[in-house]
Design a binder for this molecule. Structure first.
Ligand SMILES: Nc1ncnc2c1ncn2[C@@H]1O[C@H](COP(=O)(O)OP(=O)(O)OP(=O)(O)O)[C@@H](O)[C@H]1O
Length: 782
């Protein structure tokens, strides 16, 4: 796309933004509780529109070259991202559920589930790439120093004789297989010869022979043609990838190349702009600075004189008014008391006070509005031909710098105020961050995170959300919802300091789901998408480290200190239930899993907006924990049930493709999705990995994949996980039933959490109200 195209995209985005800003004011007005549905609908529609706007601003900010426009775009982008997070919070409050159903709104607005995907601004990684790379290098350096010992340990030697026997075995097996194939061919030839000898040659006339050959040939041709037609039809309706994908890929890679070129130009123009800013500042301070100072002094003097006279007048008036009011208030007091009494009695008579729904005032809207104004005043009508090379605009630069210089001079005249924020006690005042960082790496509390993109967390949308709600069934979150919530709660907040400071503060989330649901994968994805450090405070990882009460305090202190200084950071606690055990099991007593509970709670409370540190807990057995303590530490709880049919379809397809295999029409993905009901993505992945061995991959050209080949592996994957760590009494059941029971347990637990409780209560109230209504109608008919 050209600069002009991005400019047009920016322009059209502001038309949408204007419409959205117009809808903001009415949303602030309180709405009676009975209009809850329309309130939710308005919120959802606004949320979807802002998401679209976020996508647009991200594209424009990523590709626009002009440095001043980029600065404004960045503010707009962060503001809109913050507003998306605010609206998500409002939606959760209104729907009493972490994954409100948006399918109906989506349909009404003629959008697709792809429009619901949360875009992760590209600048999160692009603009901090050097910092992240440097930190990665330091980590790799420290780890490489530690590595030799572990690599020596993992190598298991083999005796020479054993090795020779192994090679001999393999060679004999190979020769045996060759001989068997050879013998099979000889026997087949002999059998054919024998049959010909016994039957004798069938004699054809010339005409008969020609007809037979034609029959075979025409049949072959027709089959080929039909196959081709079928393929074309499937490609046309989008059920098969088109054959000219190579061409398509080359177009995409060329577009990516152009995008990179534009990013390089951005850097060039930014450097020029930085230099110009310094120059403009210095020259303004030198030429206009003294005049500004004089003017300011004069203004202050004038203001002082005016204030003095106004104050005196006001004081006189106040004294007069006081006298009058004292007299009046005596009389009024008697009347009001009577009125209040009456009002209260009337309300009590009506029975209840009508509850209202209201959106909280936004922190982001003022920033977005200011950005929108600036766009309208400065950039909207600016003709592109003025700056065809995307150079900075010197007039606007001087204007901005003038304000900055003025502000600097003003600050020189008024002494700065001291902030009264209390500082937390530093237990390691004499240590440098580098040495603390190294200590954490050596003790294994700071780990290298594997690189995983959030989009690789595969899963489809819940298409039946509203239909289920109408049928009074609680829709369970889909894998798509989970990916979306992780993007909103963790990635967007950790990716940018400005977004973090504006958005509602979330310090911790807990991922709850059966083993193999991808909880650890999501933690890694958050680190990858934001370039965050990964601290591991899992109880199993703390065994024997920083012993004693003081040790635990010091450990938590160092982790949070380094996490904050080198933000963004993720502090991960696997098996999070162990920190809050109701009763510590014998096998876990040695690790004393509850020892960091107190310090963790305290340290979390000290995180404020702008501290991009997030605690992410993962658990598959939350029932073992004391629920109040767990819910106090983890502010948001994301329940991850097993994938539904739609998600399983995408999972099978994408996971097979990831092994380098393009599924053909011989492979019935839908059947695989049906039989894998009750299995987690981890099980499906395990089945695919053990089925698609190197040998099977080599055979693909001759023997295409079919669905039934996976069944054995799938059954094994389910049963092996169950045998490894499952609950003993469940192991007698087939895996599907047992897993279902485990899931129900998790769901029951979720309904005991604060939000779960509210949601259940709300739905019960709704049911009761409807039943009462029906009963009334019945009575009337009688
Ligand atoms: N939605 C998904 N898309 C792609 N891969 C997935 C998905 N969910 C899980 N996986 C894969 O399944 C495997 C198991 O996932 P992971 O170890 O993250 O699960 P977990 O929930 O943390 O399990 P546990 O509770 O046992 O620790 C990983 O290889 C992960 O990449």
């Amino acid at each position: 796309m050209s600069e002009g195209a991005y400019q047009r995209l920016w322009e059209s985005s502001h038309v949408i933004l204007q419409e959205l800003l117009d809808q903001e004011q009415p949303l602030l007005e309180p709405v009676p509780y009975r209009e809850r549905q329309s309130f939710q609908y308005r919120l959802a529609s606004l949320y979807l529109h802002y998401l679209g706007l976020l996508r647009r601003f991200d594209t424009v900010y990523d590709q626009m070259v002009q440095p001043q426009k980029r600065r404004l775009l960045r503010r707009l982008l962060d503001g809109v991202a913050g507003r998306v997070l605010e609206l998500k919070d409002e939606l959760v409050r209104a729907d009493l559920c972490e994954n409100p159903c948006l399918d109906r709104v989506l349909q009404n607005l003629k959008l697709t589930p792809a429009d619901l995907e949360v875009p992760i601004p590209k600048y999160f990684l692009l603009e901090q790439s050097t910092a992240v790379r440097e930190r990665g290098l330091i980590l790799a350096k420290i780890l490489s120093r530690l590595e030799p010992e572990s690599s020596q340990k993992s190598f298991i030697g083999m005796h020479r004789t054993e090795a020779i026997i192994l090679v001999q075995k393999a060679e004999r097996a190979r020769q045996g297989r060759l001989r068997a194939t050879f013998m099979r061919e000889i026997r087949r030839d002999e059998e054919q010869d024998r049959r010909i000898r016994e039957d004798g040659w069938h004699k054809f006339s010339q005409c008969q022979a020609a007809v037979t050959i034609q029959k075979v040939w025409k049949g072959y041709l027709q089959r080929k043609r039909t196959q081709q037609d079928r393929r074309t039809e499937m490609e046309f309706i989008g059920m098969l990838p088109s054959p000219n994908q190579v061409e398509h890929l080359s177009i995409i890679s060329q577009a990516c190349l152009w995008e990179d070129v534009r990013r390089l130009r951005q850097v060039e123009k930014e450097e020029e702009f930085q230099a110009a800013m310094v120059k403009a500042h210095d020259s303004l301070a030198e030429t206009e600075g003294p005049d500004m100072k004089e003017k300011m002094k004069e203004q202050i003097r004038q203001w002082f004189i005016e204030c003095q006279s106004v104050r005196m007048e006001l004081e006189m008036q106040v004294q007069e008014n006081k006298k009058k009011e004292q007299e009046k208030s005596k009389e009024k007091g008697k009347d009001e008391k009577k009125k209040n009494k009456k009002g209260k009695e009337e309300k009590a008579k009506k029975g209840e006070v009508d509850a209202v729904l209201q959106v909280l005032p936004s922190k982001c809207i003022p920033m977005i509005s200011a950005g929108h104004e600036e766009y309208l005043n400065t950039w909207k009508n600016q003709c592109e031909s003025i700056h065809p090379s995307q150079n900075y605009d010197s007039e606007t630069l001087r204007e901005e710098k003038r304000k900055e210089v003025e502000l600097e001079i003003r600050i020189q005249k008024t002494p700065g105020k001291k902030t009264g924020k209390k500082k937390e006690k530093d237990l390691t005042p004499n240590r440098s961050v580098e040495s603390l960082y190294e200590e954490l790496v050596i003790s294994g509390l700071l780990r290298k995170s594997e690189s995983v993109a959030l989009k690789d967390y595969v899963g489809d949308f819940q298409y039946l959300g509203s239909a289920l709600s109408l049928a009074k069934k609680l829709p369970t979150p889909s894998l798509f919802d989970i990916r979306q919530n992780v993007a909103l709660y963790a990635v967007l907040r950790l990716g940018s300091p400005d977004i973090h400071a504006m958005a509602p503060l979330i310090r911790s989330i807990l991922l709850v789901g059966p083993s193999g649901m991808g909880k650890k994968m999501l933690v890694k994805a958050v680190c990858t998408e934001t370039g965050a450090n990964l601290f591991d405070l899992s109880p199993g990882n703390l065994l024997g480290k920083y012993p004693g009460r003081n040790g635990a305090q010091m450990m938590v202190h160092i982790v949070f200190k380094v996490a904050r200084l080198l933000q963004p950071s993720v502090i991960w606690i696997g098996n999070a239930e162990k920190n809050f055990y109701k009763k510590i099991p014998k096998e876990d007593r040695e690790m004393d899993p509850k020892r960091i509970k107190k310090d963790l709670t305290k340290a979390l409370r000290l995180l404020t907006p702008g501290d991009r540190v997030m605690l992410i807990g993962t658990t598959s057995q939350p029932q073992l924990a004391e629920i109040r303590g767990l819910c106090r530490v983890y502010e948001r709880i994301l329940f991850m049930p097993r994938p539904d049919y739609a998600s399983r379809c995408v999972l099978w397809k994408r996971m097979i493709e990831a092994r380098g295999v393009q599924p053909t029409q011989h492979l019935d993905i839908s059947a695989l999705a049906k039989v894998s009901d009750g299995y987690t993505p981890g099980h499906i992945l395990q089945a695919i990995q053990s089925m698609l061995s190197e040998r099977r991959l080599l055979q693909l050209s001759k023997r295409p994949l079919v669905a039934c080949e996976f069944l054995g592996q799938l059954a094994e994957a389910g049963s092996s996980i169950q045998g490894g760590g499952g609950v003993p009494e469940e192991s007698v059941h087939p895996p599907r039933m047992a897993l279902g029971a485990q899931e129900r347990g998790l769901q029951d637990w979720y309904f005991k959490t604060p939000l779960g409780k509210k949601s259940v209560k709300h739905r019960m109230d709704q049911l009761e109200a409807e039943e009462a209504k029906l009963a009334k109608e019945k009575k009337k008919r009688k």
